[in-house]
Design a protein around this ligand. Structure first.
Ligand SMILES: Cc1cc2nc3c(=O)[nH]c(=O)nc-3n(C[C@H](O)[C@H](O)[C@H](O)COP(=O)(O)OP(=O)(O)OC[C@H]3O[C@@H](n4cnc5c(N)ncnc54)[C@H](O)[C@@H]3O)c2cc1C
Length: 306
């Protein structure tokens, strides 16, 4: 869809990113999808999420960093998050992006940085999820994940696969042999048709196919979606295959379909909310608008409300 592609394109424009980040009125609309600028605000949001019966995953927003010094600051931020989780007793793990740790500068740097965070999480009995980004880094992300998974346990580090990618079913089969904990999502980037299914129906069919493979694997996975059809298919398949509610978790994004998050938690499903925070919110925020262009009206209305 043109609007979706246009919004994802805008999400990657550095000039707009700088403008938007400095433009004060944007701050109040970003709170729709972003928990705040600081760890403290994210912790506050997670306390509320936990009290609703859901767990969380921290995401410090800052993808595609360009200097090694910046990647070191990201590592320090994540070590601080892991320490804050222990101090505050909140129920949360962490999600990282490898471009945030230097994947586009030097994959070895990204590996070393991710390793530092996974090692600290493992020592604390916590878990690091490696988010999946654009298809230009899919293989590099999987390679680094496999290295880390070779050094750390199943419950220390996991990965994400995107059902819009044609390669994903094969990747899932391959990664399950390790075994690996996988989050399946639909995918949020602009991808060419030779790499990703252009039709929503194919993306959804592939989602269900991968979901069934994951649920039948006996490993604990994350089913990340706000799509009632994907959720219903998961519940139905689990019921039919005799897979218990605590053998997997649903995952949704902060601020999206909170009603559904609460309903699934009340129905006894494990529900994890992904909680982004930080001042580099622009690309994440634009991808959320791209998923549901109706959100643009929400933004415009609030920007000019005074
Ligand atoms: C926990 C979690 C982690 C994720 N991690 C990654 C990742 O690592 N890599 C990656 O590429 N993508 C990631 N995503 C994003 C994902 O790929 C999709 O872009 C996003 O979840 C929208 O797809 P959907 O499954 O909700 O279904 P869709 O078919 O897009 O949407 C289904 C319905 O959900 C609601 N909805 C969806 N998005 C929005 C929105 N922005 N605002 C309001 N309502 C909405 C609407 O009611 C919509 O009709 C993640 C998503 C989640 C939930």
């Amino acid at each position: 869809m043109v609007t979706r592609s246009a919004l994802i394109y805008l999400s990657q424009r550095e000039g707009l990113k700088d403008f938007a980040t400095r433009f004060r009125p944007f701050k109040k609309v970003t709170t729709r999808f972003v928990a705040g600028a600081s760890i403290d605000e994210a912790v506050e949001a997670i306390i509320r999420i936990n009290s609703d019966g859901c767990t969380a995953s921290f995401d410090h927003l800052n993808e595609s960093v360009t200097s090694p010094a910046e990647t070191e600051a990201e590592v320090r931020e994540y070590l601080q998050i892991l320490s804050r989780i222990d101090e505050s007793g909140i129920r949360s793990n962490v999600s990282i992006k490898l471009t945030q740790f230097g994947l586009e500068i030097d994959p070895e740097l990204a590996y070393r940085n991710a390793r530092t965070v996974v090692e600290d999480a493992a020592r604390r009995g916590n878990f690091v999820r490696i988010d999946m980004e654009g298809s230009n880094v899919t293989q590099k992300t999987i390679d680094i994940f496999k290295r880390l998974r070779g050094e750390f346990g199943l419950n220390d580090v996991g990965i994400v696969l995107q059902s819009y990618l044609r390669r994903t079913f094969d990747d899932a089969q391959d990664l399950l042999k390790l075994p690996a904990r996988i989050r399946i999502c639909k995918g949020a980037y602009n991808e060419p048709p030779d790499v990703a299914f252009p039709d929503k129906k194919d993306v959804d069919d592939n989602y269900v196919r991968v979901m069934k493979l994951l649920l039948s694997s006996g490993t604990y996975h994350g089913i990340a979606t706000h799509d009632p059809k994907m959720i219903a298919a998961t519940i139905k398949y689990a019921r039919e295959a005799g897979i218990s509610k605590d053998a997997f978790e649903f995952q949704m994004l902060f601020g999206i379909r909170r009603d559904l998050q609460l309903r699934l938690a009340r129905d006894g499903y494990n529900m994890r909310v992904y909680v982004p925070y930080g001042k580099h919110w622009y690309p994440y925020f634009m991808r959320r608008l791209a998923e549901r262009p109706a959100n643009i009206w929400f933004v415009l209305k609030n920007l000019f409300k005074g």
